[in-house]
Design a protein around this ligand. Structure first.
Ligand code: ATP
Ligand code: MG
Length: 599
């Protein structure tokens, strides 16, 4: 059906919506694709739905091509399955929870691992049934702390989520690899550049995981890459630990008076003053900074953690959040912040500005009589035998030559400090540079966590019950629409790639004569018969300027103007992206435009 602008449910806007910060949000609203219903919640208008359907179709085709089968779950779900995996609690404030009239707890699903696991458990019981991969394209709900940038971070959004079920690790590897390939094809067909980066599994648990980031300045994810092909989410970058050092001959540690040195800067100046080192002056990298942090667990409980890092490095709270999970008593989303004065007061052993390693092996050296009793983690650079200037847990005192592994121990090693441009990539592929991106997709090897929690077992070839291993894979479908708009626009409006444009051609009829409108209508019908999707601006009393402006704002790849040229038997065919325009004889227009559209 030709979409006639005289009747199409559409009002384009001259002004940007007041709450819009990014181009995709402004243009999708102004061009009449979406309307805001509430913060992070959008209604879809006819043109928007066309683009959405095209994105969905590409995702669907590629999922079907790897043998995944489409199902559809409700978004409104009971609490119990999420209770069984502990996500009812672990998801924290991001989960929309509600009650029915009988006071039973429900949620609006943020993702569906539990339901898919239970469905397979319901129906399958043998290894012969596996592998199986199921997916849906469905609405998700997350009460995001900062819904922003329109569809890029919504509170209601559409995701394609798929789940693979395999009998063994090799099967999971194959399912994961198939998804990885399918995702690369999806984004290629969408015309959306993505870089697969190593990721941390976060609250989902599991092991191997990659995110597909679309590089753009408006992205909220920072990632790093090397010229040699390494790419990782900042949270997931690993540090190559230096070799351990033999400390047999290391001189003993010595506590020194260092009054008024509560910062690394003042400490380094003081150290060079009172105990200068032969050859090279002390620098911040020679000091061990013990940073006290407070971790708020999904249960609301507050845990104090100390992390020892080289003094020339700042702690990156997001990296701590992503990597601290395994060290805390409860899984799930944790929020990390600097410990408050209140927190410090509760632990009198911690002397602000002079805090030492939490686990002293020699009570004589540190003022806490050995232990603070707090979780003490260190940066990977703090390896056995490294020697540090660090706090002595005594007011105005630091200890010099404190040797890791000899004078203090730690509960674990954590990636917690900022990654800097110029740091070496962990695989030796060169120095890292930072870039920003939007997460378009994410693939995880979940392993057996969900299957164990929900009891998904099948009989293996020997008749023994075996727990199934799973993968979970997401694509942000509505986010993809926004990312496409973000990377395909100019000063005049949207510039859709052909694969996802709401139509192939936008015909503008300008002028007063009925013959113009008759010719334009005939052209529209001819193009439609040739298999093209057509928008036809047939509005009788709208000025040419407004019509051209709307065509450019809406952003269909080919614009055909039927107007003054008609007297000479020609129409103007214009490429929205390049702006190139040329006259084509009217009778050749259908074939010409159909060829442009690849039809
Ligand atoms: P983010 O880090 O951006 O919050 P996420 O890691 O929480 O995303 P996943 O749980 O991995 O997201 O969800 C799979 C995909 O769903 C993401 O890769 C992204 O494309 C999309 N997605 C996630 N949250 C949103 C949202 N609030 N609005 C739109 N799309 C989203
Ligand atoms: Mg993710």
């Amino acid at each position: 059906m030709v979409l006639r602008l005289s009747t199409l449910f559409l009002r384009t806007l001259r002004e940007d919506p007041v709450d819009a910060e990014v181009a995709s949000h402004k243009l999708l609203v102004r061009a009449g694709y979406i309307r805001r219903a509430a913060p992070g919640i959008y209604s879809w208008l006819p043109l928007g739905l066309k683009v959405l359907a095209k994105v969905e179709a590409i995702v669907r085709e590629e999922m079907n091509a790897i043998g995944a089968q489409e199902v559809h779950f409700p978004a409104l779900l009971p609490r119990e399955p999420y209770e069984a995996t502990n996500r009812w609690t672990e998801y924290g404030e991001g989960l929309f929870r509600l009650k029915d009239r009988k006071e039973a707890d429900y949620l609006l699903a943020p993702t569906h691992e539990e339901m898919f696991t239970l469905l397979v458990k319901d129906l399958y019981s043998s290894y012969k049934d596996l592998p199986v991969c199921l997916y849906q394209i469905q609405t998700k709900y997350r009460d995001e702390a900062r819904p922003r940038a329109g569809l890029l971070r919504g509170r209601e959004f559409i995701m394609k989520d798929s789940y693979s079920f395999d009998i063994d690790d090799a099967g999971l590897d194959a399912s994961y690899a198939a998804h990885r390939e399918a995702y690369l094809r999806i984004f290629e067909r969408l015309g959306l550049e993505v870089i697969p980066v190593k990721a941390t599994a976060g609250a989902m648990g599991g092991s191997k995981s990659e995110e597909f980031l679309h590089p753009t300045e408006v992205g909220e994810d920072t990632f790093v890459r090397s010229a040699g092909g390494y790419a990782a989410n900042v949270e997931a970058v690993t540090t190559v630990a230096p070799p351990e050092i033999d400390f047999t001959d290391a001189p003993p540690a010595e506590v020194k008076d260092t009054p008024d040195t509560p910062t690394i800067e003042t400490l380094v100046a003081c150290a060079n003053d009172i105990a200068p080192r032969d050859g090279e002056p002390w620098t911040a990298a020679d000091t061990l900074k013990n940073v006290v942090l407070a971790a708020t667990l999904p249960t609301g409980e507050r845990h104090i953690v100390i992390i020892g890092v080289p003094g020339d490095r700042a702690v990156d709270l997001k990296r701590v959040e992503a990597n601290i999970g395994g060290f805390l008593p409860v899984g799930g989303e944790v929020a990390i912040e600097a410990a408050s004065e209140e927190d410090l007061k509760k632990h009198p052993g911690l002397v602000k500005g002079y805090i030492g390693p939490g686990e002293s092996l020699d009570a004589a050296v540190l003022g806490t009589e050995g232990k603070t009793g707090l979780l003490y983690l260190v940066d990977p650079r703090v390896v056995s035998g490294t020697s540090w200037i660090t706090g002595a847990n005594l007011e105005g005192k630091h200890v010099f030559g404190l040797v890791a592994g000899r004078d203090f121990a730690w509960d674990g090693v954590i990636e917690s400090v900022e990654v800097r441009a110029g740091d070496e990539a962990p695989d030796g592929s060169g120095p890292l540079e930072a870039a920003r991106g939007i997460e378009m997709g994410h693939i995880f090897q979940l392993g057996r966590k969900y299957a164990e929690a929900l009891g998904l077992q099948v009989l293996d070839a020997n008749g023994k019950l075996t727990t199934v291993t799973m993968g979970s894979y997401g694509v942000g479908v509505t986010r993809a629409v926004a990312a496409l708009a973000e990377s395909n626009h100019d000063g005049k409006g949207l510039v859709w790639p052909r694969n996802v444009a709401p139509a192939d051609v936008h015909i503008v009829a300008t002028g007063k004569g009925t013959e113009i409108f008759e010719a334009a209508a005939e052209l529209a019908a001819g193009l439609e018969a040739a298999g093209l999707e057509v928008i036809y601006d047939d509005r009788p009393k709208v000025s040419p300027g407004v019509k051209f402006g709307d065509a450019e704002l809406i952003g269909v790849p080919t614009i055909v103007v039927v107007g003054r040229g008609l007297a000479d038997g020609v129409v103007e065919v214009k490429d929205r992206a390049t702006g190139e325009a040329g006259n084509i004889p009217l009778e050749a227009a259908v074939a010409h435009v159909a060829a442009l559209a690849g039809k």
